[in-house]
Design a binder for this molecule. Structure first.
Ligand code: HAM
Length: 423
């Protein structure tokens, strides 16, 4: 085969596609409960949006942006994430002028030129929320608890919320200087990535996963020790309120996250089976983001959750769950002369809400019925000349083989009645 899908993309085949939609619906339901309506955003934006916000020091922009010039020479980028586009839309559509806070949810694909591996794709899907206009710690707590509530509904237990505060523009420069002073003498011991990051943003060195770097950074000044009074107070209140909700917290001073717009709270939700490098969800506060885009000072906080990662984990945890694609009724067609009647019967049944599969019909009845079992159909009905003339058929319960006479013009009611009796 000469054309295959691009590296890092996936085809979502049934029945996974069905489980996928179930995840989306569950997420929408939780967003509804918390009051986050959905915003639909473009899949591409001006590249500058991400350069100015996610940042010139982040891997997402430096190494991973799918940027291209369009036919008019504009530099565009497939969106690598949803926060900057949501902030752009918040400002561009004047939502900052209405009542605050503004709560938004989104679900959709993101694109990053990453090295593909399990749980890491070049096109992945995020379910996310953004909350604009609320500086209070309670906003951070609401955002985190929405993520946890969603994962609880996915029956994903044993979660850990890794939490940290990386300060604000008032306290971070002094901390950054202290960190740089600590790292400078040990720089030759660090990996190549760390050495490159150190110059641009030494905080990023803290979350390096290379063991040698982690050891060398053991005694580094901790982000929390560099916080100003307001940031410390905010962080304390977030921790306390999360504690009230009894959410599983782990304060992690090495958590800094790879996007430049974060201020104060940063967090990730991890599950031990998914691996610590594969967070299910990541987020934080970004109080300067709207201002960077030319808007008024506006606090914000949110998260993005990797749908594929949630689905991979849920599938692993509930291994062997059968597909729920099951026709309620399978129509086997015996002879081309009855096909028209079979078509109208199938159309009527579907119209009435009965999931119906019709065989396209040149194969033997035996083969058709075998197909009905393979699909897990609840009932089958053979339609031949005799049934059409009599207006009666024989409905077969595919589970136990029992058979019921059925008037064709009462097919839907009979299927419903029999199915109801089995429930
Ligand atoms: P992020 O941590 O880069 O944050 O991505 C959020 C989540 O998307 C990750 O925790 C992960 O589950 C999933 N994800 C990211 N990259 C990939 C990938 N290559 N393959 C599969 N899944 C992936 C953000 O994007 C921020 N915009 C989140 C946020 C919203 N912060 C505040 N508001």
């Amino acid at each position: 085969m000469s054309v295959v899908r691009p590296r890092g993309t996936t085809d979502v085949l049934p029945p996974r596609s069905e489980r996928w939609h179930l995840r989306e619906e569950r997420f929408r339901e939780v967003c509804r409960l918390f009051g986050y309506p959905e915003i639909l955003l473009p899949l591409f934006e001006h590249a500058e949006l991400f350069q100015r916000t996610v940042g010139e020091t982040s891997d997402i922009v430096v190494k991973e942006l799918y940027a291209f010039s369009d036919r008019s020479g504009r530099l565009l980028a497939l969106r690598p994430e949803g926060t900057a586009p949501a902030a752009r839309a918040y400002l561009e559509n004047g939502l900052h002028q209405g009542p605050q806070p503004v709560k938004l949810a989104y679900i959709g694909p993101m694109f990053r030129y990453e090295r593909p591996q399990s749980g890491r794709y070049r096109q992945h899907t995020q379910m996310g929320i953004e909350l604009f206009g609320a500086p209070e710690p309670g906003a951070d707590v609401e955002v985190i608890s929405l993520a946890v509530e969603y994962l609880r509904r996915e029956s994903i237990a044993d979660l850990t919320i890794r939490l940290n505060s990386i300060g604000c523009p008032a306290c971070r420069p002094a901390y950054r200087d202290a960190l740089r002073a600590f790292i400078d003498p040990i720089l030759p011991e660090l990996c190549e990535d760390c050495r490159a990051r150190h110059g641009r943003n030494p905080l990023r060195v803290l979350d390096c996963k290379v063991e040698r770097c982690r050891q060398a950074l053991g005694g580094a000044p901790r982000t929390q020790d560099g916080l100003c009074d307001q940031c410390r107070e905010h962080f304390g209140a977030v921790r306390r309120q999360l504690g009230v909700l009894k959410l599983p917290l782990e304060i992690d001073p090495s958590l800094v996250r790879g996007l430049d717009y974060y201020t104060r709270t940063v967090f990730e939700v991890v599950h031990h089976e998914a691996g610590s490098q594969h967070a299910l969800c990541g987020g934080g506060r970004y109080d300067g983001l709207v201002e960077i885009l030319g808007g008024p000072p506006t606090p914000g906080v949110g998260f993005g959750m990797g749908l594929e990662r949630v689905l991979d984990l849920a599938e692993r945890l509930e291994e062997g769950t059968p597909s729920s694609y099951r026709p309620e009724l399978f129509l086997a067609v015996a002879g081309e002369e009855v096909r028209d009647r079979a078509l109208t019967l199938a159309a009527g049944a579907r119209c009435a809400g009965v999931a119906t599969t019709i065989d396209f019909g040149t194969r033997s009845l035996k083969a058709q019925l075998k197909n009905a079992s393979r699909l897990g159909a609840a009932f089958s009905l053979v339609l031949g000349q005799r049934e059409i003339e009599a207006g009666m058929g024989c409905l077969r319960d595919m589970g136990d083989g029992s058979e019921y006479p059925v008037a064709l013009d009462r097919l839907v009611e009979t299927v419903r009645h029999l199915a109801g009796r089995k429930d």
